[in-house]
Design a protein around this ligand. Structure first.
Ligand code: ADP
Ligand code: MG
Length: 242
């Protein structure tokens, strides 16, 4: 579903991704781990087309996302949803409209259908009673669950999650992770996830990629990666975060 081939990304003379290769099969859940500053967010931002690679190719569902003409990029982008560390809700819109806005304006969904779907999604994330609240009236955990519902409203084939619980107070983390576990287990959405929540990563992931200095240095099933990693840098990283 996702394939990066020889992807290089530089910021000035800082080479953040160095001829990176990896792929995620349809329906699989892959978690990227690695030290801060190692380029994890950059990978997700390339997939969201918020940044462009300097070299290499990126394909999504068999179609080239980079390099590609703008029209093709827009079509592929519709297949991809992202949830950020900072929830990035529209502060001037009520919760329901936060969720219906993109389906109506980007997908051309009718307002009624978009609202029905938004209510179903809010129910799924445990916020059926918050349709008419503004984001500022919600806790961080609730805002993040709205952001997840908003991403799902676009019926993405791929969901990108970038440290979605890192900005939350500790007591709010579990509720958000429960929602994501439910999505991971009950849908066939392909997930590429960056998280420091290692128990969560172990629960949902088909594969863990250990990422350092712009490359995947080790990858494997969570049991192998967490119990018996091969690389010293993976061992060091895991002993620091576990
Ligand atoms: P991670 O998510 O693994 O912590 P990032 O992908 O955010 O790492 O960042 C990787 C590197 O790229 C860092 O050295 C960071 O400073 C640099 N970087 C990220 N975005 C930009 C930018 N827009 N301009 C310049 N440097 C950037
Ligand atoms: Mg990051």
């Amino acid at each position: 579903m996702i394939r990066l081939q020889e992807v290089t990304k530089r910021f000035g003379d800082n080479t953040v991704l160095d001829r990176l290769n990896f792929s995620v099969d349809a329906g699989k859940h892959v978690t990227l781990i690695g030290p801060s500053g190692s380029g994890k967010t950059t990978i997700l931002r390339l997939l969201m087309t918020l940044n462009k690679p300097d070299e290499g190719t990126i394909t999504v569902d068999g179609d080239q996302l980079f390099p590609a003409p703008e029209k093709q990029v827009r079509e592929i982008r519709k297949k991809i949803g992202m949830v950020f560390q900072q929830f990035n809700l529209f502060p001037n819109m009520k919760v329901l409209r936060n969720i219906t806005e993109a389906p109506v304006t980007v997908l051309g969904m009718s307002k009624d259908e978009a609202e029905q779907r938004a209510r179903d999604l809010l129910d799924q994330v445990g916020l059926a009673d918050k349709c008419d609240a503004y984001p500022s009236q919600l806790s961080g955990g609730q805002q993040q669950r709205v952001a997840i519902a908003r991403a799902l409203a676009m019926r993405p084939q791929v969901l990108l999650l970038d440290e979605v619980t890192s900005a939350l107070d500790p007591e709010l983390v579990a509720g958000v992770l429960d929602v994501l576990r439910d999505i991971a287990h009950s849908t066939d959405i392909t997930m590429l996830c960056v998280t420091h929540e290692m128990n969560f990563a172990r629960d949902i992931s088909d594969e863990i990629l250990m990422f350092d200095s712009g490359r995947v240095i080790e990858s494997g099933h969570p049991d192998k990666m967490f119990n018996d990693p091969e690389h010293e840098r993976t061992r060091d990283f895991l002993s620091a975060v576990l």
